[in-house]
Design a protein around this ligand. Structure first.
Ligand code: 13P
Length: 254
């Protein structure tokens, strides 16, 4: 069954006190929402918040994710946090290869292969991000860029492992800019992604792959984007930092 997901990526925002207050309010608001069995809600707060979130959220309603993890399992890697630690802090998903990490922390495909392996090894689901920059789209190179990101980062995986992947398409030009891809642009790229996965892994796996759209999704435009056949939900940044995030969850439930 292809899952639908609304995931909030809080990035480097909120302190522990206000973060816990916000997730408690979201949790309370979600009590009034009946989630269909194919819908999941995920929140990815900063690392510092994770154990608190595990205590205050209803895990039947909110899955907890991390925004990143180390390439290694354990040892002398000062400042790093392993997938195993994140599992023990209550995470079931980890975001891998967000464009901000690719751009500001030089995360290459080789690094993302190692991170994905760590996430899978610890029985969590990677949310693997891809997406082109504005200049790539202007030069009509966007399909190539996304294809390379996905094939370099994921196509070494076995069929079994690939069924555990979620892909998030986040065009860099739409992140935090207020400019959302049109629903047609999102659908076109999602269908393209599903097609390259179909060619590599076949129909069953590509049909069941969850592909999220990210980039300036908010309550006002969520339903429109989610109405497209290959858009299975969203990865939400700024609009995930408000209780009205729940309105985006409601949009996927319709
Ligand atoms: P915005 O929703 O703020 O554009 O951010 C999207 C994003 O980067 C989620 O990972």
């Amino acid at each position: 069954m292809r899952k639908k997901i609304v995931a909030g990526n809080w990035k480097m925002n909120t302190g522990i006190k206000d973060g816990v207050a916000l997730v408690s309010d979201i949790n309370k608001e979600l009590k009034n929402v009946t989630l269909p069995s194919d819908v999941e809600v995920i929140i990815a707060p900063p690392f510092t918040h994770l154990t608190f979130f595990e205590q205050v959220t209803d895990r039947n309603k909110i899955n907890i994710a991390a925004q990143n993890c180390a390439t290694e399992s354990e040892g002398a890697f000062t400042g790093e946090i392993s997938a195993k630690m994140l599992k023990s802090a209550g995470c079931s998903y980890i975001i891998v290869g967000h464009s901000e990490r690719r751009a500001y922390y030089n995360e290459t495909s080789d690094i993302l292969v190692k991170k994905t392996e760590q996430v899978l090894k610890n029985n969590m689901t990677p949310i693997f991000c891809c997406g082109e920059k504005l200049e790539d789209r202007k030069s009509e190179n966007h399909f190539n860029i996304v294809k390379n990101q996905i094939s370099e980062g994921l196509f070494h995986l076995s069929d079994d492992d690939f069924t555990r992947i979620v892909i998030a398409y986040e065009p860099v030009w739409a992140i935090g800019t207020g400019v959302t891809a049109s629903k047609e642009q999102a659908q076109e790229m999602h269908a393209f992604i599903r097609d390259i996965v179909f060619r590599k892994y076949g129909k069953d796996i590509s049909d069941n792959l969850t592909i999220l759209y990210g980039g300036s999704v908010k309550p006002a435009n969520a339903q429109d984007i989610f109405s497209m056949p290959d858009v299975d939900g969203g990865l939400i940044g700024g609009a995930a930092l408000k209780v009205s995030f729940v309105d985006i969850v409601k949009a996927i439930c319709q």
